[in-house]
Design a binder for this molecule. Structure first.
Ligand SMILES: *[C@@H]1O[C@H](CO)[C@@H](O)[C@H](O)[C@H]1NC(C)=O
Ligand SMILES: *[C@@H]1O[C@H](CO)[C@@H](O)[C@H](O)[C@H]1NC(C)=O
Ligand SMILES: *[C@@H]1O[C@H](CO)[C@@H](O)[C@H](O)[C@H]1NC(C)=O
Ligand SMILES: *[C@@H]1O[C@H](CO)[C@@H](O)[C@H](O)[C@H]1NC(C)=O
Ligand SMILES: *[C@@H]1O[C@H](CO)[C@@H](O)[C@H](O)[C@H]1NC(C)=O
Ligand SMILES: *[C@@H]1O[C@H](CO)[C@@H](O)[C@H](O)[C@H]1NC(C)=O
Ligand SMILES: *[C@@H]1O[C@H](CO)[C@@H](O)[C@H](O)[C@H]1NC(C)=O
Ligand SMILES: *[C@@H]1O[C@H](CO)[C@@H](O)[C@H](O)[C@H]1NC(C)=O
Length: 357
């Protein structure tokens, strides 16, 4: 199975090397990106359809920066929708006009036009994400933001061997704008998605999806940092990896007191960084995501999977599924939230005044 699985360390490593090479400690850099918003045909679950993407990628490109860097993103809109991009969770201390929600901080970027977001990243490092902020375009227009600590500043937890992004999302076989329009017209919730996705892929338990399976190669004995993002439209999700505990070290670009759990719970829009130790017998282990829903409403309750694959293990080895909490496991959800603490073990800090402009 999964013949077309690819491993994606190359670009991230190249990037880290590049930044390390050209900067002296503490120096802020200018990071420029070109985002071409355009329609691309994508096939999932035996259905091909045009979706709105950034640079033809689903999920879109990862934005890399360090705390203190200035991020300049030129968004050119080639799609038929007027749209904008929101930098979810990035604090816009002196660049409020770059926040992105359409009709709030800016007019939508019209078809055929460009808008340049100019953001200086202040007082934040960790994982965040960006997404379209108009209609339901965020269903396909989204990607990770990885902010490394300042040069010379490490993580407050053991340095992982490598890291990877795990971006959770949803897939509808029909056009998402039609789905939401139809729901609105009938005064009903829009149709549920057909699948959840991990890095845009539902995994081999869905039809036509062997080739749409994300795999992360690991070496036994090493520790990995997973930057998990919930880019699903509305679903809170459980996420777990068979045979491997997860140590939560950061949520929404805020370090936490590390705690170990068999599964995480992540709300839409939220990010969670976890450390995973590849200490099990070399093999193939499913990662899986499925919603948490304890109210009597229908949700897409199907399980998306990806594979944690030990180096040298052939794809013919069948992976095992993790035990995810039940769909309605409120006790797990409450206990999980109860574990969230600041690194100094305190509860939430009191709100602070913004720095003066
Ligand atoms: C997508 O596929 C349709 C039908 O096969 C085709 O007409 C269209 O040109 C394709 N669009 C793009 C952007 O490739
Ligand atoms: C943004 O991209 C468009 C289209 O490529 C280009 O015409 C424009 O000059 C760019 N703007 C900036 C500020 O780079
Ligand atoms: C985009 O905005 C322009 C100017 O406000 C408007 O004329 C046009 O109808 C909008 N396009 C769509 C598809 O809504
Ligand atoms: C971004 O903003 C900074 C600070 O306001 C300014 O110096 C710089 O020229 C801007 N860059 C672009 C490409 O707009
Ligand atoms: C929504 O679901 C209903 C029932 O399955 C189906 O008939 C309809 O075509 C769906 N609508 C869209 C826009 O996918
Ligand atoms: C995961 O954590 C549980 C509870 O702390 C523990 O019993 C179990 O041995 C751990 N499993 C692994 C693989 O470390
Ligand atoms: C999952 O959803 C389907 C369709 O709404 C429903 O028939 C099924 O009972 C649900 N399964 C669970 C475990 O809730
Ligand atoms: C959770 O769902 C299961 C099966 O759908 C049901 O048997 C159980 O009573 C539910 N638990 C709670 C606490 O609602």
């Amino acid at each position: 199975m999964a013949r077309t699985i690819t491993f994606c360390w190359g670009s991230a490593l190249l990037f880290i090397y590049f930044v390390g090479f050209f900067l002296t400690p503490g120096e802020a850099a200018l990071k420029t990106y070109q985002f071409d918003v355009k329609v691309t045909n994508v096939s999932r679950l035996c259905h091909s359809k045009p979706i709105v993407t950034v640079n033809g990628m689903f999920p879109g490109p990862t934005v890399y920066a360090r705390e203190g860097d200035t991020l300049v993103v030129n968004v050119t809109n080639h799609a038929k929708y007027n749209m904008s991009i929101h930098w979810h969770g990035l604090k816009q201390y002196r660049n409020g006009w770059a926040d992105g929600p359409a009709y709030i901080t800016q007019c939508p970027i019209k078809t055929g036009h460009s808008y340049t977001y100019n953001i200086t990243i202040t007082g934040q490092r960790g994982t965040l994400w960006w997404h379209a902020h108009i209609f339901w375009l965020r269903a396909t227009v989204y990607g990770a933001i990885v902010i490394m600590p300042k040069q010379g500043e490490g993580f407050p937890f053991p340095q992982p061997y490598r890291e990877a992004n795990i971006v959770l999302g949803e897939w509808w076989n029909n056009d998402v704008e039609e789905v939401v329009k139809q729901g609105n017209k009938k005064g009903l919730p829009p149709n549920m998605s057909e699948a959840h996705t991990i890095n845009g892929k539902p995994g081999p338990r869905f039809p036509c999806s062997e080739k749409h399976t994300y795999a992360l190669e690991v070496e036994q004995g090493k520790t990995y940092l997973l930057r998990i993002i919930n880019a699903a439209l509305n679903d809170e999700l459980f996420f777990a990896i068979a045979g491997h505990n997860l140590t939560v070290v950061e949520i929404d670009a805020v370090y936490t007191k590390p705690f170990t759990t068999q599964a995480i719970l992540i709300a839409p829009g939220q990010t969670t960084n976890v450390l995973v130790q590849a200490t099990q017998a070399p093999g193939r282990y499913f990662m899986a995501a499925r919603p948490f829903m304890d109210a009597p409403v229908s949700v897409d309750n199907k399980t998306a999977t990806a594979i944690l694959q030990y180096k040298g293990i052939p794809n013919s080895v069948q992976p095992v599924l993790p035990q995810l909490p039940a769909l309605n496991n409120t006790a797990f959800a409450l206990n999980y939230d109860e574990n969230l603490r600041n690194p100094d073990h305190s509860v939430m800090p009191p709100p602070k005044d913004l720095p003066p402009c």
